[in-house]
Design a protein around this ligand. Structure first.
Ligand code: MN
Length: 343
């Protein structure tokens, strides 16, 4: 069983009735799509993008004091710190599809996660938000496809056949279709300077048709494309560089040193489709650490990451086929050696 009908109805009702809902959302396409759908259902929804790792921590509490919301919503974030939750008592909806074991019962928090009912059901956050609230299916399709789920391809095709053309399956949707272009536009709207990101998110709220983003046929569409284009160029360049690295014993490792934007997750995704290597690791050196993304179609990644982190300064985790984390630069060799041992 998935998230129940009752849970979704309660979620929708509380969002629609709130007069000042404050929405914390994950800094990726699934998180952003989820927020945009909530905003479609309630135009007063104020968004707070949560980057810097998987956790919503006490630093984000400030936003509650600033905005005085009557409802707090947390979307697509796997962890929330104790300090955050104990710092306020506004009713809170927390919807996520990562490992639910981090959740502890709290009076003011309603927790929704399909994996509570069925550990194999990790359909993305934007899928559930759309199921609860409705709204433009292409936005939900961007979020779910970005998370490698095909759960909305049929619905997207029905509403916008031009977004998928003759492509079938998730890989084609991601790398050979206009829907995949939209995924990159969402992802890259979240890269770059904070003030640009804010401008993009605010503009995305006003987009009425995916064509605006694909062809730039409106000023707001052009605004987004102007921000996204240079990042797309940088992405192609990083992908080209990474393509020159060879895999060794079933593991591909490529580290970037000097780049403006962190595109490791996107590069790792595309390499997984383009190469036959069972396990892909793409990292980026920053401030004494290596931030990495790990991808695989065939291996269960969280246990590999956990074992590889033994005796290593760092953290990591995620989904079966997609993990991320950060390891201190001096422990990187050991981390990779331990990955190789446990693949
Ligand atoms: Mn997600």
């Amino acid at each position: 069983m998935a998230i129940t009908e009752d849970e979704l109805q309660d979620f929708a009702q509380r969002i629609r009735q709130a007069s000042r809902p404050l929405i914390y959302y994950d800094d990726d396409a699934d998180g952003l799509a989820s927020y945009l759908l909530v905003h479609h259902a309630n135009r007063d929804a104020i968004g707070v993008r949560c980057g810097r790792g998987p956790e919503v921590d006490a630093e984000f509490t400030r936003k509650i004091h600033e905005n005085q919301p009557d409802l707090v919503v947390i979307l697509d974030k796997p962890r929330v710190s104790d300090e955050f939750f104990t710092s306020y008592n506004t009713p809170t909806l927390w919807l996520d599809h990562h490992d639910p074991t981090a959740y502890k019962k709290r009076g003011h928090v309603t927790y929704l996660n399909p994996r509570v009912h069925n550990d194999h059901d990790n359909r993305p956050t934007s899928y559930w938000v759309w199921l609860a609230l409705g709204g433009p299916v292409w936005i939900a399709g961007v979020g779910t496809t970005a998370d490698w789920h095909d759960s909305l391809l049929v619905d997207v095709r029905r509403a916008h056949p031009e977004l998928l053309g003759r492509v079938r399956g998730i890989k084609g949707a991601l790398y050979r279709s206009p829907l995949g272009e939209l995924v990159r536009i969402f992802n890259f709207s979240l890269k770059g300077a904070t003030k640009h990101i804010r401008g993009c998110v605010n503009t995305l709220k006003k987009i009425e048709h995916p064509k605006e983003l694909l062809t730039g046929n409106t000023p707001r569409g052009r605004f987004i494309l102007k921000h996204v284009k240079p990042i797309l160029v940088e992405y192609e360049e990083q992908l080209r560089q990474a393509q020159q690295t060879r895999s060794r014993k079933g593991v591909f490792v490529h580290i970037f040193s000097a780049h403006k934007n962190s595109l490791v997750a996107e590069v790792a995704n595309e390499l997984l489709v383009r190469r036959r290597t069972p396990l892909i690791i793409v990292g980026r050196r920053t401030g004494g650490e290596i931030k990495f993304s790990m991808r695989s179609h065939t291996r269960d990644l969280p246990p590999i990451v956990e074992k590889a982190l033994q005796g290593v300064e760092g953290y990591g985790g995620g989904h079966r086929d997609a993990c991320g984390g950060s390891v201190s630069e001096r422990d990187w060799k050991r981390f990779i050696a331990q990955v190789r041992k446990h693949v």
